[in-house]
Ligand binder design. Sequence first.
Ligand code: MN
Ligand code: MN
Length: 320
Amino acid sequence: MSDLHAVLEPPAADFAARAEAAYLGLALGDALGATVEFMTPREIQAQYGCHRTIRGGGWLKLKSGAVTDDTTMALALGDAILAAGGIDAHTIGEAFDAWMRAKPVDIGNTVRRGIIEFRRTGRLEAPPSEHDAGNGACMRVLPVTLATLGQPEDAVRTACRVQAHLTHNNPLSDAGTETVTLMVQDALRGADLDTLVRRRVRPLLDAFPLFDPAGKREENPSGFIKDTLRAVFQALLDTDSFETCLIDVVNRGGDADTTGAIAGMLAGALYGPASLPEPWLAALDQDIRRACMAQARALLSIPWGRIHSPSACGSTAAGE
Ligand code: MN
Ligand code: MN
C-alpha cells in the first residue's frame, strides 16, 4: 500500500496526463466497441475482418465517434462528484436520475431498476442481490477512481460501493469494480502490468477464483462482470499497447462497448497519453473528448475526506 506511494510516485504532470488518458481510453473503447456490441467474433470477422476503426453504426445506429451509456453515465457521476465536492450518494442518485430522463441511447436493466427505485423512494442502496452481478457499476466507476486517488484503500473501496450500490449490490460486482479502480490508481502512479497483476488481480482470484483469466478464451462476453473482466484481463495480458489491447477485446464481440470501456480506462492509465491512436482521438465526438479531459483534471483536485455513504456501507470489509 504505502510502499507503492514511495516507490512509484511519478511527476505530477504525468499523473494528470495519465488520468486524462484513462478517461479518453474509456470513451475510445466505448465508441470502438459499440459498433460490434452483441455481435459474435464470427459475425464481426465476416462484416469487418478485424474491427479497428471508430465508425459508429452497430445495433444502436450510432454516428461515427458517438459513445454510449458507459461514458455518459461516467460523466454524470463525475459531474455529481464535482457538484458535491466529494462522493455523496444522494447527489449521485439525482445525477443518474437526470441522466436517465435525458433518454440515453442505451441503459442496462439493473441500472434502470435502481434509478427508478431511487426516484420513487429516495433509496440510496439497492438490496443485496445474487442476480445483480452485471458490469454496470464497473463501467462507470472511473470518476470515483480519480476523485479518491491517494486515499487509503479502505476509503477507496467504500467510495466505489457508494456509487455502485445505487444500482448494483453484489459481491462480485463490488470486487470487480474495486479491483479495476485500484488497478487504474496503481497504473496512474506508474505501476507496470506485472505489478497490477500481483497486487490486484491475484488477491481478487484468491477471493473469487471465477475471475481467473487463465483457461478458455472469453469470446462473446456477456454483461456478467465475470465474463467482462475475464475478457478485459485476457486482452491486457495478451497485448502490449493501448491499441492492440482495445482491438483484441472488442473483436471478442458480446458486450464489446463495455469491455472496450473498461479495457480502455486500464490501458489508458497503464500506457499513457502518447499511446492513444491519433485517428481514434480525431474520430471521437469532440464534445465528449473535451468533457473527459476537463473532468479528469477537475476530479484529481477534489480535496480528500468527503465521502458520504448510506450507513450499511460503513460495515463492509469482508469478502475481499
Ligand atoms: Mn453501452
Ligand atoms: Mn455494453
